[in-house]
Design a protein. Structure first.
Ligand code: ACM
Length: 535
């Protein structure tokens, strides 16, 4: 019989170690007692999980000071954390896992290694927040409450985007951004690498893209308005780019964290930095500067065979660097005025038998779609690629609301939802704008980000499988560096992580905020400059 004092102490254990996992697991059943990690704990793995065993040891060592033994194969005895692939758990899917914690051992099993990785992320969040410290932290008992978790994601595309063009972000920060995505079980990093205001990826065949295109002479100060007489510039050169070795490092870093990097090479709009580097890519032949202001540029690529060949050369190098299935070609906000004014483009439209400038853009994107498909890759573009006809293999990223995504799904295309209304984390988080850093506009508080459902209610059930998931956008016109990226992305990215992972019936905003209060202690320790809770 359990005596009253024992019961009270059990309750106390639960109180002192709140279960605060984000995203909320699908099934989580608390057990009795707890596991205590000590210097004697062994990390046991099967052969295929050995690398993850070493990764776990590296995650646990700084804060605990324990150089934990990693034992691959052999018998398991004593206090241990076991990791293994278990194909009998196929029902948990490509990314699901089962985590069992008892007083004697922690066991993480999954049908695929991604699931083992996600089991480890849950384990990290079941330990005291101090586990995220970088150096030995005395006086903490490294306990994990007994629990059984069975967990898998709602969507396969759980993305975070980062614009490194409007403001260049250092390589070390890009890795931190990826680390944070992975901690929240996000698996896709959309790297926006080319823009009017800067070209950020080294292309060896065309060195001027970075020699010229990666640098702008000056940047607009304050909010953008269309009235150019109000523009004031800072007079400061800004720029930077990633070498191909930097990119290989980042892609490998992401892969170790089960994050796929989706590079974006914009075309035919948002390309002024490329035109600045190689004016023949443009319609006028005029030399233009790398753009120093925000808003949309009139400069758009000339839809010539040489432009297509140039961009396919660029993509040839991109494919060597990025092994993932998806290549993003932009396609948004391409103003057609230069095409309308150009006799050459008008003749081209006739020659190709196209009806108008929208079909001209569609033709351009189709060249890329066919070229990528022939190389085993998939094109993804912003929803403007629907205009003038969607390329046969295209996946649509729906940003101007969810309508484009709905139309694409009904036409049998895959979709990533990224509507400005709920997933643009460059928008204000508060209605008290005076108390916030200058932002592009909008109002997307944490609760609204949490309320998002990537599957629109009006989308018929037979098309819903085309919704791959969703993505949070961080455009950086008004975001000058890493600390401000963190302020805008967090905690909203944690809300999106739960949107993308947890079954809708189990979502609960009050409960989320309760867990988030504990989770913010982890983000504090990780030096994440999140926006504090509050109106
Ligand atoms: C976009 O925000 N122009 C995709």
């Amino acid at each position: 019989m359990i005596t009253l004092p024992l019961l009270a102490s059990l309750v106390l254990v639960q109180d002192t170690v709140p279960l605060a996992v984000i995203p909320q697991p699908v099934n989580l059943t608390p057990g009795t007692g707890m596991f205590t990690l000590t210097a004697q704990t062994v990390i046991w793995t099967d052969r295929v999980s050995a690398r993850l065993g070493h990764q776990l040891a590296e995650l646990l060592e700084p804060a605990t000071g324990f150089p934990l033994d990693v034992q691959v194969g052999g018998t398991r005895t004593g206090s241990r954390i076991s990791l293994r692939r278990d194909t009998s758990l196929k029902r948990l899917g490509l990314e699901g896992y089962r985590l069992e914690v008892s007083p004697t051992r922690v066991l993480i099993r999954a049908p695929e290694l991604a699931g083992v990785f996600y089991g480890i992320q849950t384990l990290r969040q079941l330990l005291p927040p101090e586990i995220f410290r970088d150096a030995a932290f005395d006086g903490v008992r490294w306990t994990v409450p007994a629990v059984t978790v069975e967990d898998w994601p709602r969507f396969p595309w759980r993305g975070g985007h980062l614009d490194v063009c409007r403001h260049f972000m250092p390589k070390e920060f890009v890795k931190k951004y990826i680390d944070l995505l992975a901690l929240h079980k996000m698996n896709s990093f959309h790297w926006h690498l080319t823009e009017d205001q800067g070209w950020r990826i080294e292309i060896t065949k065309y060195p001027r893209l970075t020699d010229v295109g990666a640098w702008r002479a000056q940047t607009l100060v304050g909010p953008y308005t269309e009235d150019s007489t109000t523009w004031v510039f800072d007079g400061e050169r800004h720029g930077g780019y990633y070498t191909q070795d930097d990119i290989r490092e980042i892609v490998a870093y992401a892969k170790e964290r089960f994050v796929t990097v989706v590079p974006e090479i914009e075309m035919p709009g948002h390309s002024q930095a490329a035109i600045a580097a190689y004016p023949w890519l443009g319609n006028t032949g005029d030399s233009v500067p790398v753009l120093g202001r925000w808003g949309v540029s009139a400069n758009i690529l000339k839809p010539s065979d040489s432009t297509i060949a140039f961009y396919q050369d660029v993509l040839t190098e991109v494919l060597q660097l990025f092994p993932g299935p998806f290549i993003h070609v932009g396609g948004d906000e391409a103003l057609k005025d230069q095409w309308k004014a150009s006799p050459w483009v008008q003749a081209r439209i006739k020659e190709l038998g196209l009806a108008n400038e929208e079909e001209m853009q569609s033709w351009f994107i189709r060249q890329m779609d066919a070229w990528l498909a022939a190389r085993g890759r998939r094109l993804v573009g912003w929803d403007e690629i629907l205009e003038g006809g969607l390329a046969p293999g295209a996946t649509v990223m729906s940003w101007r609301g969810t309508e484009g995504g709905i139309a694409a799904a009904r036409a049998g295309h895959d979709v990533v939802m990224a509507p400005g209304s709920h997933t643009y984390f460059d928008h204000y988080q508060s209605q008290n704008r005076a108390a916030e850093p200058l932002a592009i506009g909008g109002f997307t508080p944490l609760e609204k980000a949490y309320a998002f459902d990537p599957v629109p209610a009006e989308l018929e059930p037979q098309y819903r499988r085309h919704i791959l998931g969703a993505q949070g956008q961080v455009w950086t016109e008004y975001i000058k560096g890493p600390k401000q990226v963190e302020y805008m992305a967090y905690p909203r990215m944690t809300a999106l992580a739960e949107v993308l992972w947890t079954p809708p019936a189990q979502k609960n905003y009050e409960d989320f905020v309760g867990r988030l209060r504990t989770h913010l202690r982890r983000l504090d320790i990780l030096d994440v400059n999140y926006r504090p809770l509050g109106p």
